[in-house]
Design a protein around this ligand. Structure first.
Ligand code: FES
Ligand code: FES
Length: 167
């Protein structure tokens, strides 16, 4: 089927099987490799992108439901990687292996777009669907708080000494 939608502001038409998930359209058809395949069953969040501004697991959205959608991937979050979250991610040295991180940032960005000053509970709820095998959760939370202008001082020191360096 042919389906037309927008990706990072650009009108796009692809001709794919109607059950092809958006994740594969992004990675294999459009060569946008930022969103990652982790589980393919909506359980890990590595494939998270924004669809109409909402954090969405792209492995779960088939081409048949894409018509007219406005999709933003990590590549399109900002023109220059200068989103407050991306800066905070650097400041807090968040990634370890990095595999989950595009999904984490996109989930966090959707949260801050609708709630610029999230509470701890808001962050926990919004990030609940994004797993990190490397256990970077404490640094993720600290970076989100820092990007939102909140204090990161109540973030406990992490499992490695590197967290203490950023406390
Ligand atoms: S790959 Fe989509 S949720 Fe895991
Ligand atoms: S940084 Fe390795 S899975 Fe999250």
């Amino acid at each position: 089927m042919k389906v037309s939608f927008r990706v990072n502001g650009n009108p796009t038409t692809v001709d794919v099987a109607e059950d092809m998930p958006l994740l594969w359209i992004l990675r294999d058809v459009l060569d946008l490799k930022g969103a990652k395949y982790g589980c393919g069953i909506g359980q890990c969040g590595a494939c998270t992108v924004h669809v109409k501004g909402v954090a969405t697991k792209s492995c779960q959205l088939p081409a048949s439901r894409l018509a007219g959608a406005d999709v933003v991937t990590i590549e399109g979050l900002t023109p220059d990687g200068g989103h407050a979250l991306q800066k905070a991610w650097e400041e807090h040295d968040v990634p370890q292996c990095g595999y989950c991180q595009a999904g984490q940032i996109m989930a966090a960005a959707a949260l801050l777009a609708r709630k610029p000053k999230p509470s701890d509970a808001d962050i926990d709820t919004a990030m609940n669907g994004n797993l990190c095998r490397c256990g970077t959760y404490l640094r993720i939370k600290a970076a989100i708080k820092s990007a939102s202008g909140g204090m990161a001082a109540d973030a406990p020191a992490g499992r490695s000494g590197t967290d203490a360096a950023h406390a």
